[in-house]
Design a protein around this ligand. Structure first.
Ligand SMILES: [Zn+2]
Length: 416
């Protein structure tokens, strides 16, 4: 039984796999990495007899670094719940990073890498039990029928079933190898013949393009989805790979170097905690990190924009590029007047007026907002704690382009 996952305290990444996907020597000869965090990325495990399904405590035999029993896995999922940690989806995390959505102060994101049948058969039912959303990072040649997809690989049909049930499916390259130029890579011909080689120059560029871009396109085409996240095998990448990924339209890139995610964490290197059965401490540490993190969302209490009667309201569309932006902080309580701050996308921190009596914070935009959507972040200190609210409103395209008339200012359209 192999479950692999990684935790992002606030990003909990999970590799859950079981059994050898590619029974050929390819799996075990994948390059070892010097990073202990990446160890969970190296190999598939082997099924103990009768392990398929949720047999209690099956023996872990071949790859203890990347295997975990269903019982242990379920216990960890329960631990998250018991610790009061909310498991959110990766897309919610990104929406929060874009300033479009609030998330609870203590949360985790769970992802499973590589695409094993056991993730479908064993992990998914456990995740369902807890109602946890999750993301699957798939390397396309490792899906059943691909050059690296053996009998324990997930199938396209299983992925489609997951997709239909709201599971997020994202990219993890085509062949799961070190993406940096000049490293030994394995090339698999459709006939099964494998060769090891070092690619450089145009040959490398062509290969890496397929790993980064081809993989995304294939997932999008086979499953009819939008892929916006990329998990880097072994966490081995460089600026060139990042640039390729950005140009391919990936919004976020993930590694396996465990670290808490904060609002300002760079989107092109979001760390995940790789969870492995023989390193239970990683999970314990990750959970602890979520509980005590001072740099992440844990330090900030999120206030729903609706509670602040914001103007424009979250999700509204206004007819002017020069709106009056307002929020009522009176319901927060204990606000330190000097601490009230407003950020507006495209403008940064703006000079607000704040009336401690009414609790109203407001800012009249004086420089036309660009684009058709605007995110506002209002923050303040209340009783020694930072509180924050994010909301986003739309701007009618015509208004953004039109010359400004005083009458058009600050007139929100009615809520849909
Ligand atoms: Zn992987």
């Amino acid at each position: 039984m192999m479950i692999r996952f990684a935790i992002l305290p606030f990003l909990l990444a999970l590799n859950f796999s079981m059994c050898t996907k590619h029974p050929s020597p390819v799996t075990s000869s994948e390059p070892a990495t010097s990073s202990p965090a990446a160890a969970g990325e190296t190999a598939g495990g082997s099924p103990a007899p009768g392990v398929a399904g949720a047999a209690p405590s099956p023996k872990i035999t071949r790859y203890p670094g990347t295997e975990i029993t269903p019982t242990d896995f379920e216990a960890q999922m329960k631990q998250l719940k018991d610790a009061g940690i909310t498991v959110i989806s990766l897309q919610d995390l990104l929406a929060w990073k874009r300033g479009e959505k609030n998330i609870p102060p203590r949360c985790a994101v769970i992802s499973f890498d590589d695409g094993w049948k056991s993730q479908y058969d064993v992990a998914w039912p456990i995740m369902k039990k807890f109602g946890y959303p999750f993301t699957m990072f798939i390397y396309t040649e490792g899906v059943r029928g691909g050059s690296l997809g053996g009998g324990e690989a997930i199938t396209w049909e299983q992925l489609a079933d997951m997709r239909d049930n709201g599971i997020d499916i994202e990219a993890h390259t085509a062949t799961h190898q070190d993406l940096r130029e000049g490293h030994n890579i394995m090339l698999a011909a459709p006939g099964g013949k494998r060769t090891r080689t070092k690619l450089t120059g145009p040959a490398y560029e062509q290969w890496v393009h397929n790993e980064v871009v081809g993989c995304k396109e294939l997932l999008e085409q086979r499953l009819g989805i939008k892929v916006n996240c990329f998990a880097v095998p072994f966490g081995n990448y460089n600026e060139h790979v990042k640039e390729l990924a950005r140009n391919a339209g990936y919004e976020a890139m993930f590694t396996v170097y465990g670290q808490p995610i904060t609002f300002t964490s760079p989107l092109d290197s979001l760390g995940r905690y790789a969870i492995e059965a023989n390193k239970p401490k990683v999970f314990v540490d990750a959970v602890k990190m979520i509980g005590t993190s001072s740099g992440g969302a844990a330090a900030v209490a999120e206030v729903g924009a609706a509670d602040l009667s914001t103007q424009p309201a979250d999700g509204d569309t206004v007819r002017t590029a020069l709106p009056l932006i307002k929020a009522n902080l009176s319901r927060v309580g204990g606000i330190e007047p000097g601490s009230v701050q407003m950020r507006v996308s495209g403008l940064g921190v703006v000079p607000v007026s704040y009336d401690p009596k009414t609790g109203i914070v407001s800012y009249q935009v004086t420089q036309k907002l660009r684009g058709t959507s605007c995110t506002v972040i209002v923050s303040a200190k209340a009783e020694g704690k930072k509180v924050e609210a994010h909301w986003t409103f739309g701007i009618e395209a015509a208004a953004a382009a039109a010359p400004v008339s005083a009458a058009a200012r600050s007139t929100p359209t009615p809520k849909k």
